[in-house]
Design a protein around this ligand. Structure first.
Ligand SMILES: C[S@@+](CC[C@H](N)C(=O)[O-])C[C@H]1O[C@@H](n2cnc3c(N)ncnc32)[C@H](O)[C@@H]1O
Length: 322
């Protein structure tokens, strides 16, 4: 498609593109394809949609608690849960293997995003610590700030992560989102991050812009540009709508039917649009360029039924212009 610095196509093309831009990719990236994050999201997507549509949130939470309690009990008895892993009934922020997904993305942060141990990291939509957990082992000398809109996630991370890793901080942003925080006080489209200009070396958003609308995502990107230092990097995941993904959706091959228009973006569900939101890839690339980012790579995901991919969602890494 000829966008500046981006890679259009499959994993192999993406890797060639990255190599030509300074050898960012190592062999380990190849090994990351077909990971648990990629597959487990796909398997549970339909059920999640059905439940979110037809069952009130309170009831869903209680049901999940009841379903998960025996498994949590078994994890506890068998000593299976692992360090910094929340009980299953509390995990609202992603299906699949909690540890595997975090480990998978740490590799992307380092290999694609150039993260180093001394960096100051901002995790927007930090959930219940899925990305923070592997970062506690990686960031030596560096520090981490997580913001999220769900109080239970922030409280769990403060109690379980910050207490042991004082360089890891978590803050609640009481921002409205139909799926995660319908009663939130602030609009995401107007929210100002509680950090200073140029505070961070690296910002990540894993599976967050996939739940936010057009104006909200635009404002968050503006805030990310403001809070990143010059040449700082941002790795974010999306569902990119381009000719390939649109054709696959049209052909019924996609795990998400992102075809319903929604004021500058598209959703898979007209009733609860925040379940899965996709953006036109060209529009996002232009937005990045307009906000002073250089797109370093795009790695396409498997969500739409692609045969060659890196992860489940599409991944974009961009650098703030100096
Ligand atoms: C699918 S979860 C992913 C969580 C985490 N990034 C991870 O990969 O484990 C989506 C997260 O985005 C958060 N979120 C949604 N809208 C947000 C907003 N406007 N600002 C910050 N976080 C938001 C949700 O509360 C939720 O924790």
């Amino acid at each position: 498609m000829g966008y500046d610095g981006g890679c259009d196509g499959n994993l192999e093309q993406g890797m060639q593109c990255l190599d030509s831009q300074g050898g960012l990719v190592s062999e380990t990236i190849k090994e990351l394809a077909k990971t648990s994050f990629a597959y487990q999201r796909k398997r549970t997507g339909g059920l999640q949609k059905l439940l979110a549509r037809h069952v009130p949130r309170q009831l869903l939470r209680r049901g999940k608690r009841l379903l998960m309690l025996p498994m949590d009990g078994m994890d506890f008895l068998l000593g299976r849960r692992g360090e910094l892993v929340p009980p299953r009934y509390l995990n609202f922020a992603g299906d699949g293997d909690f540890k595997a997904a975090g480990d998978e993305f740490l590799k992307y942060f380092v290999e694609l995003g150039g993260l180093s141990p001394a960096h100051r990291v901002l995790d927007v939509g930090s959930g219940i610590g899925r990305m923070a957990r592997p970062l506690t082992r990686y960031l030596s000398g560096g520090s981490y700030e997580g913001i999220d809109i769900v109080p239970q996630g922030i409280e769990w991370c403060q109690r379980n992560i910050s207490e042991r890793y004082p360089n890891f901080c978590f803050q609640l942003a009481d921002v409205r989102n139909l799926m995660y925080n319908p009663q939130g006080r602030f609009e995401a489209a107007e929210y100002r991050f509680p950090f200073g200009d140029g505070d961070f070396d690296f910002t990540c958003l894993t599976s967050v812009f996939t739940h936010m609308r057009n104006r909200e995502m635009e404002n968050y990107l503006l805030e990310i540009a403001r809070t990143l230092r010059p040449s700082g990097k941002c790795l974010a995941t999306y569902f990119f709508l381009n000719s390939e993904s649109r054709t696959l959706i049209e052909a019924g091959r996609s795990s998400l039917d992102i075809r319903y228009p929604l004021d500058g973006c598209w959703t898979s569900d007209e009733v609860v649009p925040e379940l899965a939101i996709g953006f036109d890839e060209g529009y996002v690339r232009k937005l990045y360029a307009d906000l002073g980012f250089v797109v370093e790579t795009v790695q396409y995901g498997e969500w739409c039924g692609r045969r060659e991919y890196l992860s489940y969602q599409d991944i974009i890494v961009a650098r703030r212009r100096p």
